[in-house]
Every structure is written in C-alpha cells, then in structure tokens.
Ligand binder design. Sequence first.
Ligand code: SAM
Ligand code: SF4
Length: 332
Amino acid sequence: MERSGQVALSFANISATADGASSIFNYPFFKLLRMAHEVHVQNFDEQSVQISDILSVKTGGCSEDCAYCAQSIRNGIKLPKQPLLDLATVISAARNAKRRGASRFCMSASGRCVSSDTEFEAICEMIRSVKALGLETCATLGLLTESQMARLKEAGLDYYNHNVDTSPEFYPTIISTRSIDDRIRTIEIAQRAGINVCSGGIVGMGETNEDRIKMLVLLANLPTPPKCVPINKLVKIPGTRVDDSSQIDDFDFVRLIALARILMPRSYVKIAAGRNTLSEAIQALCIFAGANALFFSEKLLTVDNVAPGVDKTLFDKLDIKVECPKLIDTTK
Ligand code: SAM
Ligand code: SF4
C-alpha cells in the first residue's frame, strides 16, 4: 500500500488532466477515500472544520440568466427585490454569526456586477465593519474590475467568491449572459489583488460526472487553485430551467469531494448549498474524504440550509472542532 508521502507524490505526478482526474474519480470507492483522506491529513487537521455564515446584502432583480438561481429576473420567479441592506443590519448579523461560532462572514449581492459606486462604497464599509468584529470577510458581487478589487482589498477583504459553477462545455447550457472566461478573468483579478479566491460550482443541474470532473480540473489548473472550493448540490427552485434535473447520487457526491481534495490538496473543500439533503453518514464520508468547510446558516441566500442545532449534534458525534478565524492583515 502506498505510504502517505508516496500518495501525495503520485498524485502530484498526475497533472490535473480530465483523463487523469477521471481515472482517480473512478477508483474503487474505498481506495479513493483512503487516498483522499491521506492527502487531507497531510495538509489539514482531520477533526477540524471551518464554518462560515452568509448574508444576502442585496437580493433579487438580477439581469443574469443563471438557470439555477431564484434571483434571476429571467427565471420568472417573483422573488421580492431587497435593496442593499443598511450597515447596522449587516453588523448585527455578523455579530450573531460570530457568537454562533463562524470564523468567516460572507456578504452576497445579486447582480452581474456592482455598477453603483455609492453601493460599492457601502459594501466596502460593510467589509471594514465585519472585519473589525474579528471575522474573516468574504464577498460575492459578480464581475468586478481591477480598481474595484483593489478597493475591496484595501477595505480588508479576505475572500472573494466567484464560482465557475460547471464545466466549460456545460456552462453555456446553464448561463448565456456571460461566459466562463468572464468568471475566470474576475478570479484572476482577485488573485492579482492579493485576495483569497473561493470558487466552486453546482452539481445536479443535468451535467454528467465528466462535467463535474472537468470543473474541478479547471479550478485545479488556475494559476493559483482557489483557497476554498464550495461544492453546491442544486437546490431545485420551482420555475427555474433546472428544476426537473436529476439529483447527483450521494456516493458520486462523496467521490467528487475526494477528487477535489486530491486535485487541490491545500484548498478548503466546502459542502455548500444542499447539505440539508445529505444524511449524517454521507456528510461524515465527505469529511473523511477531505471536506473541511461548511455553511451553518439556516438560510443560504434564498434557499434553506441546515436547521439550528443539527450541526452541533453531528459535530459531537464526529468529534469535530470548529476553526478559529485566521485574520490575514490584508492592509499590508
Ligand atoms: N451573484 C453572485 C454570483 O453569481 O457570483 C453570487 C450569488 S450566490 C453566492 C452564487 C452561488 O450560489 C452560485 O454561483 C451558485 O454556485 C450557488 N447557487 C445559487 N443558486 C443555487 C441553487 N438553487 N442551488 C445550489 N446552489 C446555488
Ligand atoms: Fe444573478 Fe448571481 Fe443569481 Fe446568477 S447566481 S442570477 S449572477 S444573483
């Protein structure tokens, strides 16, 4: 049996190509899990999980046509538009998140980009205020320019979320108002600005396992792999273009987590939306396979997440401890 050092070496030799990654994804299940776990424990504490909370600071009325999203005006869902929240509301939510054990607070705004400079400055103030509470900060604001990203960095932003969502081949089926290259360009702008990138995608929209694998290979081949890779299970929103797609098989989901761990050994792998549809046993397999980040909010923007207290029960059963904030001084 390969020793753990050899495991890392042998995987390092498999350049993250779709064929190489596909053969790993299809390893016998327990061999894949064992190898992913060995890569995981070389880079992280297997009993530790990073917890985030997320708040929609501006909701609905989005001009993009993301097939999965309740906030797109193109999906015909009458989601009430919520203008940008006031600062006090955001700070109160962040304080609550910290009190409940989150180390990172994510602020999400609907929209292709942030065109209003007044709104952009208000979001920078939110970031400064949340950071001052001792929380890592994350924002997800759509496509941004170099100068906007520099202002976020200056405001102390730790993470920028910008998901590639699926494979380059399947992307046009899901989103036509922008290209996957538009996303990659913003990811690279964030990385050049010295901001950690959080980028992953959604599974269960009608894509194949090959699409899911290609999504991870794309991320692993970025100039710098994302610091955090969220894997969302599609939460079906009635009226969206993917509301009748077949769910991903639970064990394929575990395999994908294991593959993400092997391809991106030093990235956090996050089980994001749809976690409330995974049993405790499947979540435990995902954590063994290398998942080490979760959202614990009851709501994930417009969809439900896990109920309060559910995670504490699971963490007690698995002896999981929660990571403290790692405050990176991004003002240097
Ligand atoms: N508007 C920003 C953008 O598009 O980047 C951020 C909005 S939210 C953080 C974006 C992510 O949540 C999407 O990239 C997708 O991965 C996930 N998401 C949105 N709707 C979802 C759904 N119905 N089921 C699962 N994941 C979803
Ligand atoms: Fe708009 Fe983001 Fe939803 Fe796409 S995922 S429709 S960009 S809010």
